[in-house]
Ligand binder design. Structure first.
Ligand SMILES: Cc1cc2nc3c(=O)[nH]c(=O)nc-3n(C[C@H](O)[C@H](O)[C@H](O)COP(=O)(O)OP(=O)(O)OC[C@H]3O[C@@H](n4cnc5c(N)ncnc54)[C@H](O)[C@@H]3O)c2cc1C
Length: 396
C-alpha cells in the first residue's frame, strides 16, 4: 500500500483518515470487484453489497464528514469529500459515485425537505442507512435549460411532475431521490421523492459497462408537497445563473475519483511491467518503457496538483476558483481517460480481460469524464468566465 504523505497539504487527521479508509477499501471492497461488477448488477447480491458498504462507511463517519454541520454533519469540507471519493474510486467506481452523490444531494434534500430531514430522514442519510440519488439529466441535455421541457406544474399544496429523467447513477439502489427540473416559468426546482412514489416508474439501465448502474425515470402526475420542494437556484427564466465557487465542488469530487482510478490502474500497470518480460528482461527495466512510465507518472501528478489547487481556491473563495475548478475537472478527467487507455494497452490482452480490472478503470474514467458536465462543456464554461466575446455557456 503506497500512501502519499505530503504535497497535498492535508492535516495529520486527514492523512490518518485517508490511510484508514484505504485499508478498509482494500480489505472490504476490492475483493468483491467481480461480484459487484456491473454486468452482474443489480441483483446477484449487488444491492446487498452496496447497502452494506454505505452503512459501514457511514459508521466510519464518511457521510457525516461530507455533510455540513448546519444539517447535522461534521464538516462538509470539500477536501474531506475528495479524500473519500479518491480512495473509493481506487477500488470500485460504483461505490465511489455513491460517495459523490450522497453528501452533494444529501445537503439538497436537507434544504428542500427540512422538516422531513429533521424528523429522521437526515439521520438515515448521515448514517448511510439510506442512499440518495439525483435525477437531473433530461433527454434534451443536462444543462440545456433553454430547450428542456418543463417538469413541474404548481398545484394546490404542491407540484405535479411529468417528464423523463435519465442516467441517474445510484438510482436503482436509492432510498431517496432528488429530482431536479424546470417549473413552468423556467426556474430549476428540486423535489424530494422516493422510488415508491405513485406515478414514478424506474427502469434499470445497466448495460453501459462502467461501474455505477443507472436508472431511467418516467414521471406521470407525480405529486410532491410543498414541504418537499425548493428553488435550486441553478437557472432562472431558462438561463443558468452565475455559479458560486462552492457549487463547483461536485465536479472536483468527480476529478478526485478520476485521480484515484487512474492512479490505481497505473500502480497495477507498473507492477505488471516489473514482472512481465520480453527477451528475458522486465519491460519496466527497458529505457523506452521507463520513459513512458515516468511521463505517465508526471501527468498524474500534474492532474492531482491542479485538482487540489482548485479545491483550495474553492475553500478560499478565490476570484478565479470557478475557472480553475472547471479546468481541473476537464484536465484531470481527460488525463485519466488517456492514462487508463494506455494502461489497457500496456497489459496486452489482459488489459481487456475484466478479471484484471484494468478495462474497468478505463470505463470508469470515461464515465467520470462525461458525468457532471463533459470536458468540452467545462472549456465552454471557462471561456464564459474568462469573459471571451460571445461566450455565454455555464455548467454545473
Ligand atoms: C458516470 C456518470 C454518472 C452520472 N450520474 C448522473 C446522476 O446521478 N444523475 C443525473 O441526473 N445525471 C447523471 N449523469 C449524466 C451526466 O451528468 C450527463 O451525461 C453530463 O452532464 C452530460 O450531459 P448530457 O449527457 O446531457 O450531454 P449533452 O448535453 O447531450 O452533450 C452532448 C455533447 O455535446 C457537447 N456539448 C453540449 N453543449 C456544449 C457546449 N455548450 N459547449 C461545448 N460542448 C457542448 C458535450 O460536451 C457532449 O459532448 C451521469 C453520467 C455519467 C457518465
Amino acid at each position: 500500500m503506497t500512501m502519499p504523505t505530503n504535497g497535498l497539504f492535508l492535516t495529520e487527521e486527514q492523512l490518518l483518515f485517508k490511510k484508514v479508509l484505504r485499508e478498509y477499501c482494500e480489505e472490504n471492497i476490492a475483493p468483491y470487484y467481480r461480484e459487484t461488477h456491473p454486468y452482474n448488477a443489480p441483483g446477484d447480491g449487488y444491492d446487498d453489497y452496496y447497502h452494506k458498504w454505505m452503512k459501514e462507511l457511514g459508521d466510519m463517519d464518511c457521510w457525516r464528514l461530507g455533510i455540513n454541520p448546519a444539517f447535522g454533519g461534521l464538516s462538509g469540507d470539500i477536501i474531506d469529500r475528495m479524500i473519500i471519493c479518491e480512495e473509493l474510486c481506487r477500488v470500485n467506481g460504483g461505490i465511489a459515485v455513491h460517495a459523490m452523490v450522497q453528501p452533494t444531494h444529501g445537503e439538497q434534500v436537507a434544504m428542500y425537505a427540512p422538516e422531513a430531514w429533521k424528523s429522521g430522514l437526515g439521520e438515515k442519510i448521515l448514517s448511510g442507512e439510506y442512499s440518495v440519488a439525483g435525477a437531473f439529466n433530461s433527454p434534451e441535455g443536462q444543462v440545456n435549460f433553454s430547450e428542456q421541457a418543463p417538469l413541474a406544474k404548481k398545484v394546490e399544496g404542491g407540484w405535479l411532475l411529468n417528464g423523463n429523467k435519465c442516467f441517474s447513477s445510484v438510482g436503482p439502489v436509492c432510498d431517496v431521490l432528488l429530482v431536479l427540473g424546470l417549473t413552468e416559468d423556467g426556474t430549476t426546482y428540486g423535489f424530494v421523492v422516493n422510488n415508491e412514489t405513485p406515478g414514478l416508474t424506474m427502469t434499470v439501465h445497466n448495460e453501459i459497462g462502467n461501474s455505477p448502474t443507472y436508472a431511467t425515470y418516467k414521471l406521470e402526475d407525480v405529486f410532491v408537497p410543498d414541504t418537499h420542494a425548493g428553488d435550486a437556484m441553478i437557472a432562472t427564466n431558462r438561463k443558468m445563473n452565475p455559479v458560486p465557487p462552492a457549487a463547483k465542488g461536485f465536479g472536483l469530487l468527480v476529478a478526485a475519483g478520476a485521480i484515484g482510478s487512474m492512479d490505481a490502474a497505473f500502480e497495477k500497470t507498473v507492477e505488471y511491467w516489473k514482472k512481465r518480460t520480453c527477451d528475458g528482461k522486465p519491460l519496466a527495466s527497458m529505457g523506452e518503457c521507463q520513459r513512458k512510465l515516468a511521463i505517465m507518472k508526471t501527468e498524474i501528478e500534474a492532474a492531482r496538483a491542479l485538482t487540489w489547487t482548485a479545491a483550495r481556491k474553492i475553500q478560499a473563495a478565490d476570484a478565479d476558483a470557478i475557472v480553475v475548478a472547471d479546468a481541473a475537472k476537464a484536465y484531470t478527467c481527460e488525463t485519466a481517460r488517456r492514462i487508463t487507455d494506455e494502461c489497457v494497452q500496456m497489459w496486452g490482452c489482459l488489459g481487456i480481460d475484466p478479471d484484471t480490472g484494468i478495462i474497468q478503470h478505463h470505463l470508469d474514467c470515461m464515465g467520470l469524464s462525461i458525468g457532471v458536465c463533459t470536458p468540452d462543456e467545462r472549456y465552454s464554461s471557462i471561456a464564459t468566465n474568462m469573459g471571451l466575446p460571445g461566450a455565454t455557456f455555464q455548467c454545473l
